[in-house]
Design a protein around this ligand. Structure first.
Ligand SMILES: [Zn+2]
Length: 74
């Protein structure tokens, strides 16, 4: 599974709703079971709940469902 370890850097990007990593990383939120694209307009999750993956398939394999706002599977 391609989980991205550099959480600090990517979380800063999520908190800023920065789209620089759009298509290169996805964020799974443990508390909700949802994963999002980078730059999703949904409320910023707590850092401790975030896991980052390289592909949609990795997120699904880890048990996350796609966000209905940013639709990462498309
Ligand atoms: Zn989203």
């Amino acid at each position: 599974m391609a989980e991205i370890i550099d959480v600090d850097h990517l979380y800063a990007s999520v908190a800023a709703r920065d789209r620089a990593y759009l298509g290169q990383a996805y964020v799974g939120v443990r508390s909700t079971g949802i994963f999002c694209t980078m730059g999703c307009p949904s409320r910023t999750p707590l850092k401790k709940n975030c896991r980052f993956f390289e592909t949609v398939e990795d997120c699904v394999a880890a048990g996350f469902r796609a966000c209905k706002r940013c639709r990462p599977e498309q």
